[in-house]
Design a protein around this ligand. Structure first.
Ligand code: COA
Length: 418
């Protein structure tokens, strides 16, 4: 396939940090021409954050901005804003995730953008929805995890609310925005009219905590949650508790120790007791007698002593590595997986082979690893390229808008562009 699905789609990427860039990066992978518009003084803050090589853009930046071009311009200057307005007139999509009110303060309100280009789809990420009492707050990942119900329901019951390592506030919000932007583009192709697509990080986190809102209502109806470790001996209050590593659905599960756990922090598997697979599960872990024992043969009978069962399974696991254990359990249809470290993931040949872990060439750095598209297509495989240097494409973009070399030179001398 020579043309990618979004070839010809022009995207102004007025984003920073992670939520917005994650959305526009995927648009770029799928073929859109994504122009990252950045401040002249340093660009996206992530270029400088957590650097591992002194003069090279940080991995935080390169891993979220591949396949893009970069225009470095002061959009608060009258000439800079004029450039933005020209770009907006020609674009299909503009995505931003600045602090609340920043776009309006720059003179680029949705109303103005819509007037400049009624066909343009405008994607916007904020921490909270416009009508939220907290709509004026600046928000980063963990703030959103706390406000979206994830932190209060994550971790162990005897510890504090806990955030997840997964970027469910940032990248997840970007993915929600991506769905919205693509939907609005399809609508635009039918109606000729662009629209504003807004996603709040609080809402995007909550969308992934749907099952916890389920549990809140179950708790109110029955007073307990039988799949949580607090059942049957612990106390339930009127809020969904933190359930440690319990399985979130109707199939109990837990993280279980394997051979070597004393020294290897990841020598564990996740083990699921699948109701419909109980006899084979019992056989797999060396307790075939559990299949017909009334103490064990139904989920209801097992639940009160599920941790004894897990303890017995850990005895069976004691002389098996996590990989050996999974190899045995897979034969018996037990839903399970080894707990993989980031090092194991980076080295995993299968993840490399299917384009999920990708080695990318980056100017000024050499090669580095990134996560490729988790979405696979039968007609094409996204080709992940390097990220742009700050202002790498300033001249070609301005020339494309009709600015001559002298004007560009003057704008650079006046710090309007880099
Ligand atoms: N030229 C000139 N000025 C520019 C510019 C450019 N090319 N690009 C941005 N700016 C300005 C903005 O207009 C803003 O100016 P103002 O505050 O005077 O109005 C200023 O730079 C800073 O913007 P921003 O990066 O948004 O502010 P911040 O560093 O204080 O806050 C966040 C960062 C992430 C907390 C904030 O942007 C935010 O809450 N965003 C929404 C939620 C979100 O996406 N969070 C991050 C998830 S990864």
């Amino acid at each position: 396939m020579t043309q990618l699905p979004l070839t010809g789609t022009k995207v102004i990427d007025f984003t920073g940090v992670q939520a917005g860039p994650a959305c526009t990066q995927m648009l770029a992978w799928f073929g859109a021409d994504v122009l990252k518009v950045e401040r002249t003084n340093g660009g996206d803050v992530t270029r400088n954050q957590l650097r591992d090589i002194p003069d090279a853009d940080a991995l935080y930046f390169t891993m979220l901005n591949s396949n893009k071009r970069s225009l470095a311009i002061n959009t608060k200057s009258p000439e800079g804003r004029e450039v933005m307005e020209k770009l907006i007139r020609e674009a299909d999509v503009l995505v931003e995730n600045f602090a609340p009110g920043a776009m309006d303060r720059m003179g680029l309100s949705w109303e103005h953008i819509h007037e400049l280009n009624p066909r343009l789809v405008f994607g916007s990420v904020k921490g909270f929805a416009e009508d939220s009492p907290w709509s004026d707050l600046k928000v980063y990942e963990n703030v959103a995890q706390c406000a979206g119900g994830a932190a209060s329901t994550t971790g162990f019951w005897d510890g504090p609310p806990t955030v997840s390592a997964a970027a469910i506030g940032d990248s997840n919000t970007g993915m929600h925005l991506l769905i919205g932007v693509l939907t609005a583009l399809i609508a635009r192709d039918r109606t000729g009219r662009g629209q504003k697509v807004s996603v709040s990080m609080q809402d995007a986190v909550l969308n992934l905590c749907r099952v916890k809102l389920r549990d809140q209502q179950r708790l109110e109806h029955v007073g307990y949650l039988e799949e949580y470790p607090q059942y049957p001996d612990g106390k339930f209050t009127d809020v969904v508790p933190r359930g440690g590593n319990a399985g979130g659905g109707g199939q109990p599960g837990w993280v279980l120790k394997c051979k070597g756990w004393e020294t290897d922090p990841n020598a564990y598997i996740y083990f699921t007791v699948q109701e419909q697979n109980w006899p084979r599960t019992a056989e797999a872990v060396g307790h075939p007698e559990w299949a017909d024992d009334p103490e064990y043969d139904t989920a209801a009978a097992r639940q009160p002593h599920i941790f004894e069962i897990f303890g017995e399974i850990e005895k069976w696991l004691a002389d098996k590595t996590k990989y050996e254990a999974v190899d045995i359990l897979r034969e018996f249809g037990v839903p399970c997986a080894p707990v993989l470290s980031m090092k194991e993931i980076a080295d995993d040949p299968a993840l490399r082979a299917d384009g999920t872990v990708v080695e990318v060439d980056q100017k000024g750095r050499g090669t580095y690893l990134t996560v490729g598209s988790p979405v696979k297509f039968s007609d094409f495989t996204p080709d992940i390229k390097g990220a742009p240097m700050l202002g790498e494409n300033t001249d070609e973009v301005l020339a494309g808008l009709g600015y001559d070399a002298d004007t560009i030179h003057r704008m650079r001398a006046e710090n309007i562009v880099l």
